[in-house]
Design a protein around this ligand. Structure first.
Ligand code: SF4
Ligand code: SF4
Length: 375
């Protein structure tokens, strides 16, 4: 079968070997999904790659792993296919090159936006107002009115949602095209099952023992760090959403006292983000090197750094909001959050969307809703 890239061709070769062997079928969702196919088109490989959680269990269990002549390294090749798929489906196509040297791009955008927010804050308010804004009842709205924040962040947020939706839709259509044409039915149960598996990271446990590290010890810590990061992010988002509802529905303006819901959600979420991302970076550095896609380390590191920066600057802003540093911290925090919004569709952020969609399709296949493939 013809493939778009050499990496996809290699993934096809490996899946063909694995489909004959099937020793790893109990480890995760990839192998049962693979066994439902007799051949592997690009869309199938992108689907399987996004089901893989890179736990590395199948590499360590494999009798055909290097130095065997078959050179089977499923985690590494699927990681490469998965990382390529983010760029392949990204919208608009003109921004797909951002996935090359992704860490550099995101670093440059973040530095530029933080500098712009700092420059704008000082230019608009003057240094005296910036360093004394914490003394006014309006606090940070004295430096940047709420309507200005909405005018800046609203379009950035909506653009990110649109771009992520378009990319996810292209991925979904590609991996489901054949089944949908033939009338396979995707039900609400499949989406709920995918939500359960994504929320629990069901397949990030190496078949039960945890991920293998460079010191050849298994550990489940990656799952823990990922949970802290993911749920920390959700809590921070809930904090911002609650603050918006307070502002528009209840007419209550920030800053809120420490015990109020937006602050409690933001504090717990921020701590989760900072601790979780620090743990994820450590786990990434300790991961068994043979199974990593080192060519995309910059993309992974940039995503982790953006989430860490969002959590850390948010917490600093919260705890130092009654000091003269508040103005500078506000500008830095807004620059980091704006970068997170604008770059979300063009970085590792999209892995959560693609993985959820792949799990939703897997849930459908597991129910038997799949059209049998011709040889
Ligand atoms: S990874 Fe190796 S052991 Fe596992 S199914 Fe594939 S060929 Fe068999
Ligand atoms: S690395 Fe883990 S999740 Fe990926 S295919 Fe192998 S066993 Fe499955």
């Amino acid at each position: 079968m013809e493939h778009r890239t050499a990496t996809l061709a290699e993934a096809d070769r490996l899946m063909t070997v694995c489909n004959s062997c099937r020793y790893c079928e109990g480890l995760c969702a990839v192998f049962p999904a693979m066994e439902m196919r007799r051949s592997f088109a690009d869309a199938d490989l992108n689907y399987l790659a996004n089901l893989c959680h890179n736990c590395s269990a199948c590499y360590h269990d494999c009798q055909f792993a290097p130095p065997h002549e078959f050179a089977v390294n499923v985690p590494k090749v699927l990681a490469e296919v998965r990382n390529d798929s983010y760029a392949h489906y990204a919208w608009p196509a003109a921004l797909q090159p951002m996935f090359r040297r992704n860490g550099l791009w995101i670093g440059l955008i973040c530095a530029t936006l933080v500098a712009l927010f700092l420059f704008g804050t000082f230019l608009w308010n003057g240094a005296g107002a910036v360093f004394s804004a914490q003394t006014t009842p309006e606090n940070f709205y004295a430096l940047m009115p709420h309507n200005v924040m909405v005018a800046l962040f609203g379009p950035a947020f909506l653009f990110a949602i649109l771009a992520i939706y378009m990319g996810g839709r292209a991925f979904w259509r590609d991996i489901s095209a054949r089944d949908m044409e033939d009338g396979a039915h995707q039900s609400g149960i499949d989406y709920a099952r995918a939500g359960h598996d994504a929320g629990r990271l069901t397949y990030l446990d190496g078949g039960g023992d945890g991920c293998m590290n460079a010191d050849e010890q298994t550990s489940d810590n990656r799952k823990l760090w990922h949970h802290l990061t993911f749920y920390g992010f959700l809590l921070c988002f809930a904090s911002t959403s609650t603050g918006t509802l307070y502002h528009y529905l209840l007419g209550r303006e920030a800053p809120y006292p420490w015990w109020d819901l937006p602050v409690v959600l933001g504090t717990v979420g921020g701590v989760g983000l900072v601790v979780g991302t620090a743990g994820l970076l450590r786990a990434k550095l300790r991961q068994y090197h043979d199974v990593r896609d080192d060519t995309r380390f910059g993309m992974d590191a940039a995503f982790i750094a953006m989430l860490f920066g969002t959590g850390l600057t948010g917490l600093l802003l919260l705890f130092l909001r009654e000091t003269p540093l508040m103005g500078i911290l506000l500008a830095v925090h807004l620059g980091v959050v704006m970068t997170l919004f604008l770059t979300a569709p063009y970085g590792k952020f999209v892995h959560g969307i693609y993985r959820y969609l792949a799990l939703a399709r897997f849930a459908r296949e597991r129910r038997g809703e799949m059209v049998p493939q011709d040889a």
